[in-house]
Each structure stands twice: as C-alpha cells, then as structure tokens.
Design a protein around this ligand. Structure first.
Ligand code: ZN
Length: 111
C-alpha cells in the first residue's frame, strides 16, 4: 500500500475528519485504530499519512504509531486526532464502512 506522508505540523493542526483547524487552546479528541494483521505500515512508522476515501472527496490523516511507543503497546497502530466527538463518530463510521478502509482496519478499536 502506498500513502503520502504529510508533515506532522500540518497533520497535527487539522481535524482528521473535517480538516478544520485545531490548536492548543481547543479540546481535542484522539482515538487509536488497529490494523489488520496483513497490513504493514512499518515504513510509515512515526509519520503522518494521508488516506484517500471513496465516499468523500477528501483524505483523512492518520499518525502511524512507532514500535515501542505507548500507543503501540496498547494495540493502537494508528492514531486519529479529531476536533469533536461528532467528528470521531463520523470517522469511525467511515473506517468501518469505507471499502478501502475496512480492508485495512479491524472493526473493533481500543478506546
Ligand atoms: Zn472535525
């Protein structure tokens, strides 16, 4: 699988779902996702990548967690940063329902 790496600064300043601006003064939410065992993103570890969607004309941003990190040890292979619970819900729905994403992620994610 091929993904574009996006600069951390850009990924960390935008909601993974609605792309609205996020800054330190806002309450942000994050959640982790588990990849299927046949999906290998090790070459993107500790980078942020852009994943294209089929149903929406926009990509989502995901941080690929690094080996040895706390998130990784909790079973989170990827992390999403969202601006609201609503965006988190929509993103989780897309992860489960988008054909391209459902192939990548395990439907049950750790909270
Ligand atoms: Zn949002």
């Amino acid at each position: 699988m091929e993904f574009s790496i996006i600069p951390d600064k850009e990924a960390l300043s935008k909601c993974a779902w609605c792309q609205s601006h996020i800054d330190d003064h806002m309450e942000v939410f994050d959640f982790g996702a588990k990849l299927k065992s046949n999906v290998d993103l090790s070459e993107y570890e500790s980078h942020c990548i852009q994943i294209g969607l089929v149903s929406e004309e926009k990509p989502i941003y995901m941080m690929v967690t690094a080996q040895g990190s706390e998130a990784k040890s909790e079973g989170k292979d990827g992390m999403f940063l969202v601006c609201s619970k609503k965006c988190g819900k929509k993103l989780k729905k897309a992860l489960a329902e988008e054909i391209s994403l459902a192939k990548m992620f395990n439907p049950a994610w750790p909270d």
